[in-house]
Design a protein around this ligand. Structure first.
Ligand code: SPD
Length: 370
């Protein structure tokens, strides 16, 4: 286990003091029948959350269990495509899933998501205004933004010069210290986005010639790579087995405690910005859905939202949680990119039929010898 050990204690003290004053956050509400420590008769007492790895503080799951009697267990995926394929294949048993923005659009279109009963989620009012009306899910009809972040490059700052360009991967210098000790995300859209952005193209392009060019670059990059990895790349940097990695900002910040030499940057050509969302699959039973909505409401409590970001180092879409997080966290440019960086970031969008083209070309990249 990692992260700050003092903050949860401080938050608990603040919560206890507020409760003793008869107050508590004006922005924190309980959905009907929540809070007696027992699930109602006939309700489920266990649900499964299908999530990215290392994305939720286990303490949050324990707190929820203590409050409601509902045990939340986790299963993990490594990419949106893995999650999507699982649901498209008819997987059942999941009450909660965490797709990114463009995948929410695809899942909605394919009928894979259940509509939220917002009466069960009064803490929705804690979301920042900009997350109440996201383009892929206006009005939070199906999902609630969970965390948001960026995709860039993590590196060991005493061994590698700050990478200012994606050229470190796409035009690698065989004499560079990171050559052969770098990784890229095992993620079709993210890895193509890095190459397309480096080439000056739209990371959501549906132009096959541009995609072919990006594919060639991705193959060229393989000479500098130790491999593709979306789950352990930050640990491999922390242990100094690798020196540079393409990845998600919070994952790098997660291991700075283990190795303070780790730094994160977004190259001058730009990078990807994304919003992950917590949603309920349409395959959930009514009982699972009710428990899942309780959990979503719980996550939206200000103190729980703050705990989540303090643990995983991703930015919070929850305005009431941000009030607790404090200036140091909110002004960290690796978590909340400043305006000049934000202006160079792109959201991934669904590309329709072209998803298959991306996937075919990605398979060719993976199979190729550089
Ligand atoms: N360890 C948690 C990582 C979560 C990353 N989600 C990002 C998806 C962007 N395409």
């Amino acid at each position: 286990m990692k992260r700050h050990t003092i903050l949860p204690v401080l938050l608990l003290i603040v919560a206890l003091v507020l409760a003793a004053c008869g107050g508590g956050q004006a922005t924190e509400e309980e959905a009907p029948d929540q809070g007696d420590g027992q699930p109602p008769a006939g309700a489920v007492d266990e649900i499964v959350l299908y999530n990215w790895s290392e994305y939720i503080d286990p303490e949050i799951l324990s707190m929820f269990e203590e409050e409601t009697g509902i045990v939340v267990t986790e299963d993990n995926f490594s990419s949106n495509e893995e999650l999507l394929a699982k649901l498209q294949g008819g997987a059942t048993g999941y009450a909660l899933i965490v797709p990114s923005d463009y995948t929410v659009s695809i899942m909605k279109e394919e009928g894979l998501l259940a509509k939220l009963n917002q009466d069960n989620i009064p803490n929705l009012s804690n979301l920042s205004e900009q997350f109440r009306n996201v383009p892929y899910d206006p009005g939070n009809e199906y999902c609630v933004p969970y965390q948001w972040g960026t995709t860039g490059i993590g590196y060991l700052s005493s061994k590698v010069e700050e990478p200012t360009s994606w050229a470190v991967l796409f035009d690698p210098d065989p004499d560079a210290p990171y050559f052969g000790r770098a990784t890229m995300l095992d993620d079709v859209r993210e890895s193509f986005a890095a190459a397309l952005i480096y080439l000056g193209y739209d990371p959501n392009t549906t132009n096959e010639a541009e995609l072919q060019e990006a594919k060639e670059l991705l193959i060229k990059a393989k000479s500098a790579l130790a491999g593709y990895d979306s789950d352990t790349y930050e640990d491999l940097l922390a242990s100094e087995e690798n020196l540079l990695a393409h990845g998600w900002n919070g994952d790098f910040l997660f291991v700075v405690e283990d190795n303070p030499d780790i730094a994160y940057t977004i190259p001058q050509e730009g990078g990807v910005i994304w919003v992950d969302n917590i949603c309920i699959p349409s395959s959930a039973t009514p009982e699972q859905k009710e428990a899942a909505e309780k959990f979503i409401n719980f996550l939206l409590k200000p103190d729980v939202g703050a705990l989540l970001s303090e643990w995983n180092y991703y930015a919070s879409p929850n305005a009431a949680a941000e009030d607790i997080l404090g200036e140091e966290f909110l002004s960290d440019p690796s978590v909340y990119p400043p305006p000049d960086v934000l202006s160079r970031l792109h959201y991934l969008e669904p590309v329709g039929e072209f998803e298959a083209v991306y996937q075919r070309l990605w398979d060719e990249v993976k199979a190729a010898t550089p």
